[in-house]
Design a protein. Structure first.
Length: 419
């Protein structure tokens, strides 16, 4: 069965997250987006776990449905943990995504972690615990659990981050690194950037939205053609079978908040080469720049950048498609904000016509789009599909700025092509 999965989200109990992130709304919006399997997020939070336990029932092995709903949405128990600890003389800050095969496994993990920190303080708990210890606890709860380094390259809270990360999975997880079967590439990197590290060839590169609001759901996701079950999903990820793990859906990485280097408060944004020429020092305040994802990838890479004409794509690499969320496309086409009444109306009209957002972005024929919406919107969708977008890269916590229409010479930009 072909379906889309987004495994990393947050509930209303997580910091800086919409209060609309409740099971009933998640169920509806997953269908609207075209997501079949959605992570529950935050199962470590006691109130959220109680809500999930009372409202979800198992339908297929390891997959759950909202009781009384006919949406077809399935949930898989997932949570993110923030590990802050000292290792090899440095403070480490690592976020880990946990996927588990059952409510019972989630409960077991919660019982073990409850004595290690305050699970009630945040949907994504902050624990003074080594990432390897979290991995051990998850595998003790179920050998089928997956522990996946979240947004693996972001500077502050990731396994490879420039501020507090490691140079390899082995350095982080020691002899337990063999149990890491995937990393989450994050919004500021895409598969070709990760292909530059031969050490990552053996594991899967997955993508998730890490959404804190309903509209951001599915901005990155995974496409499978496998059995609709936790074992089916796990097998597709662990084996990297291209017949089962078809592709990932990606942000344009330049749009991510940490793609380039810089200082947000000083409004300084540099490419890696520009940063190196200035010894990574901000020319305005004299402090060290926040080194972004592209720079960090270049630091650890043992391969040149991927080039479609000359190759460099690792054998068995999973394909990907780069997209912009439909609401953002409509807003750009209409020169309005995403919350404008007309933008919302056009969005709902397209969802009604084609069933869900991914059907609009990936499957609808050009002539069908032209008949269903305004010319500017259908043209904008076509340009996004072709990779004809202009992006001012994000840096130091500031999202990149995308233009679908406009003159490329008006600002420093990056022209993207789909692979």
């Amino acid at each position: 069965m072909k379906f889309v999965g987004d495994f990393h989200i947050h509930s209303k109990y997580a910091r800086a997250t919409s209060q609309d992130m409740v099971p009933e709304n998640l169920d509806v919006w997953a269908k609207k987006k075209g997501i079949k399997v959605l992570g529950t997020g935050d199962f470590t939070h006691p109130a959220w776990f109680a809500d999930l336990k009372s409202k979800l029932s198992e339908q297929e092995p390891g997959l759950y449905a909202l009781q009384g709903s006919d949406s077809g949405t399935r949930f898989v128990f997932s949570s993110e943990i923030s590990c802050i600890y000292s290792k090899k003389g440095r403070v480490r800050r690592i976020h880990l995504l946990l996927l588990v095969p059952s409510l019972q496994a989630a409960a077991s993990i919660n019982n073990r972690l409850d004595s290690r920190g305050n699970l009630r303080s945040d949907g994504r708990p902050i624990l003074g615990i080594d990432a390897t210890e979290v991995l051990k606890i998850a595998l003790d709860a179920s050998p089928e659990a997956l522990v996946i380094p979240s947004h693996a390259w972001t500077p502050w809270f990731s396994v490879f981050g420039s501020k507090s990360g490691f140079d390899s999975l082995e350095e982080c997880f020691d002899e337990y690194a063999k149990h890491i079967h995937a990393i989450e590439t994050g919004l500021s990197s895409d598969p070709p950037m990760n292909w530059r590290l031969s050490a990552l060839d053996k594991i899967a590169l997955i993508s998730n939205s890490d959404c804190h609001s309903l509209a951001k759901m599915g901005r990155e996701a995974n496409v499978f053609d496998t059995e609709l079950s936790y074992p089916g999903i796990r097998d597709a990820i662990v084996t990297k079978d291209p017949k089962k793990f078809l592709s990932t859906i990606e942000f344009f990485p330049e749009e991510g908040k940490y793609h380039y280097d810089g200082h947000r408060l000083c409004q300084v944004c540099f490419s890696p080469a520009e940063s190196r020429s200035r010894n990574n020092i901000c020319p305005k305040c004299g402090r060290e720049l926040t080194i972004g994802v592209l720079n960090r990838v270049e630091e650890l890479a043992d391969r040149p950048p991927f080039d479609k004409s000359t190759g460099g794509k690792p054998e068995g690499a999973i394909p990907f498609k780069s997209l912009i969320p439909l609401q953002e496309i409509i807003a750009e086409a209409l020169h309005m904000g995403v919350v404008a009444k007309q933008c919302r109306a056009e969005y709902e009209k397209l969802i009604s016509a084609f069933g869900n957002e991914f059907a609009v972005l990936l499957e609808a024929e050009p002539r069908e789009l032209q008949a269903a919406t305004l010319p500017a919107i259908s043209q904008a969708i076509a340009q996004v599909r072709a990779g004809q977008v202009i992006i001012e890269p994000g840096y130091d916590g500031e999202y990149g700025k995308i233009q679908i229409f406009g003159k490329q010479e008006e600002m420093p930009t990056v022209q993207k092509q789909l692979f």
